[in-house]
Design a protein around this ligand. Sequence first.
Ligand code: PA5
Length: 439
Amino acid sequence: MNTIRLNTDYLKQFVSPTELGSIRNEVLQAKKTLLSGSGRGNDFLGWLDLPKDLSPEIVNNIKADVQRISPRASLFVVIGIGGSYLGARAVIEALQSEFASMQSDGSHPYIIYAGHTLSEDYYCQLLKLLDNHDYAVAVISKSGTTTEPAVAFRIIKSHLEKKYGKTDAAGRIIAITDAHRGALHDIAQQEGYRTYVIPDNVGGRFSVLTPVGLLPIAMAGYNIDQLLQGACDMRRLCTESDDLDENPALLYAALRNILYRKGYKVEILENFIPQLKYISEWWKQLYGESEGKEGKGILPHSLSFTTDLHSMGQYVQEGERLMFETVLSLEKPQGKVEIPADEKNLDGINYLLGKSLTEINLNAEIGTILAHNDGGVPVLRILLPTVDEYTLGQLIYFFEFACGVSGYTLGVNPFDQPGVEAYKKNMFRLLGKPGYGSN
Ligand code: PA5
């Protein structure tokens, strides 16, 4: 199996074998707690077995919906926020061309997003776009009551019904929500929408391998069987092996907890290929919501290199020493571009002739890591054989499993998010929502 691997060569001066040996039992205990379901938040562990237990009927229904919708829609609007949006976007943006919006071959709709913002200008621009394209919609909310997607759905549903009439519009809407509760569940029932269920025991940020992520990813034209296979193979490795040299999730959980205890309170997830930017956004939610509580937790941050070497690179090199870096390192690109020869060499880059851009980028990566090591920054690398559905499936499961183990090692409940309610209460009071007091 072509597996993602951890490389710890650039951590050696920061984490000793003795430190790793000392935390080993804690991490193994955390893994046991996770797999036995005996820890806090144990009613949200459905994601652990999703890649192997997801019913083939769900996958087939998703494929049938893709067949049904694709000929009728050049755009597919995914309405959702947080865990109901970031996983799909992370996978789709990792796999699609940077210029996909200008290059569609028409076989699948182009995915656009809503419900992740309350910006009036965003919806104004979106509605103008939708005026001129055929489209369909997935509205995704586990609770079915989140304000941002509810507002977006009301606006887009009204536009869709005006454009196509109520009956055709209903056939263009797919609702993904709770099996029994919530406003979205009730609307979907009343309007007769096609629906998928988000299982009760899968929290939002762990839901990418349910229809929440799978439907938009398949709609964009990507292979969800391969995504699930990658996750399934990584699941086997993560759940079966207690060997830190073999099980990358245990090693990652161990190393980040060692570093945290030594005062490295910020983890920067970095990539050297821009299409992984949304993997970082998804990862930030996963780790930020899972670990940032009870006054504890590594602060997840992200940078895209070499772009950000020309901005935040200065801080990482010489600013306050609080961070360690985790680099997503690509071993094999999909494309090839030659640097053309130029006799005059006025730009002075002829020394690069004969080298691939990947080789140049890799040297930028290693050069950066060495410099940051010299500046006192520990660096961990996650080696990705390539960026395809199978590898992304592995990466998703690896990060999820490591997150559960890491959160229990840290001593928090990795599966709740009590803090996200605070802003909502204030917003509801300020907006005069009944039951939230007056301002
Ligand atoms: O991880 C989480 O639980 C949250 O980020 C949710 O995914 C987010 O708030 C959206 O919630 P819902 O799917 O209920 O609309």
